[in-house]
Design a protein around this ligand. Structure first.
Ligand code: TV1
Ligand code: ZN
Length: 316
């Protein structure tokens, strides 16, 4: 088994975001990279660029009609892709395609045994549905990754773990009836925060009924609340024995985020990353890919995500 941590970074994914005072600005990538450099971690990871996802890859998760709509609206500029959170701009289609391709590069490198862990800061766009944009998310890189892990790499059981403050509805509802997608999501209770979903009783439907783990938290939950819920995530993953772990580590669950009121410290993110590596190693494969997700306080995202990368490196 190979060692090393792959970091997907560069101008191709840095461009993803929205200008004009939008919280998901294109400066988030740089905020992370500066902190990585300040901690001397940039020299300890292997860096790789993103590629654009192909049409076929996008179609593994998204509908053809939706992909066309994104292409048309971003060429035309101006309109929103959703009710007001996700503005279209010229070049957005390409930027969103690079985010998906970047996550696929991360997943492919892990599957090919080049590295055991990989991280992509601008990724984890968990609100995009198969047929629509939502909450700053155009193409759902996590969803395409799950589909490609199955179709291209032949895996069956894949875990998706999400500690972003917002519920990962785009992933949850896309795989709600699929018992082979393990889903564990810590988020602020939907009664108090967008997108409003992810109640504890939402455990899957049909063949997957009772198999998913939604853990809503009080809107001001701190590290002790995090740790109590996190124990359940670990037990769930150990019982489910996934062949791959996707980790959406949104930093908007850290105290001081402008969009949410969760109060985790950045240690929560590092702890989750370290434990996921230990679990993946215990399962004999070590496969973990981290995706940055949300996080709108630049200091927080820089510290939380570099903590995740540090935990990946320490786990080697
Ligand atoms: C344009 C400009 C859009 C400034 C949106 C905050 C803005 C928000 C903006 C904003 C904002 C939301 C809602 C809207 C319910 C909707 C990456 C009808 C200062 C993964 C997405 C949050 C989180 C969407 C994404 C949310 C992620 N909050 N300023 N929009 N209304 N939308 O509440 O999970 O982190 O805030
Ligand atoms: Zn979020």
């Amino acid at each position: 088994m190979s060692s090393g941590v792959l970091l997907i970074c560069g101008a191709e994914i840095a461009r993803y975001g929205f200008g004009g005072g939008h919280p998901f600005g294109p400066d988030r990538h740089e905020a992370f990279m500066r902190e990585l450099h300040a901690r001397g971690l940039d020299g300890r990871v292997r860096c790789g660029a993103a590629r654009a996802a192909t049409r076929e890859e996008l179609e593994s998760f998204h509908t053809a009609e939706y992909i066309d709509q994104v292409r048309e609206r971003s060429a035309g500029g101006h309109a929103y892709l959703d009710g007001g959170d996700t503005p279209a701009w010229r070049g957005l289609f390409e930027a969103a395609s690079y985010v998906v391709g970047g996550t696929l590069n991360a997943v492919d490198a892990v599957m090919e045994g080049e590295v055991r862990r990989a991280f992509i800061p601008i990724g984890g766009l968990h609100h995009a549905a198969r047929d629509q944009a939502a909450g700053f998310c155009v193409f759902n890189d996590c969803g395409v990754a799950i589909e490609m892990l199955r179709r291209r790499h032949g895996l069956r059981r894949i875990a998706y773990v999400d500690i972003d403050a917002h519920h990962g509805d785009g992933i949850f509802y896309a795989f709600e009836d699929d018992p082979d997608v393990l889903y564990a999501d810590l988020h602020a209770d939907g009664r108090f925060l967008y997108p409003g979903t992810g109640a504890a009783h939402e455990t899957g439907i049909g063949a997957a009924r009772g198999t998913k783990l939604n853990l809503p938290l009080p809107p001001d939950a701190d590290d002790s609340d995090f740790l109590a819920s996190w124990e359940r995530v670990e037990a769930y993953l150990r019982a489910g024995q996934p062949q791959f772990i996707l980790f959406q580590c949104g930093a908007d669950s850290v105290a001081g985020d402008p969009l949410t009121s969760l109060r985790f410290s950045v240690r929560a993110h590092a702890h989750a990353a370290a434990r996921l590596c230990a679990i993946a190693d215990g399962l004999g494969h070590g496969r973990v890919v981290g995706m940055g997700g949300g996080g709108y306080n630049r200091r927080n995202l820089a510290e939380a995500w570099t903590g995740v990368v540090q935990a990946f490196l320490d786990s080697e």
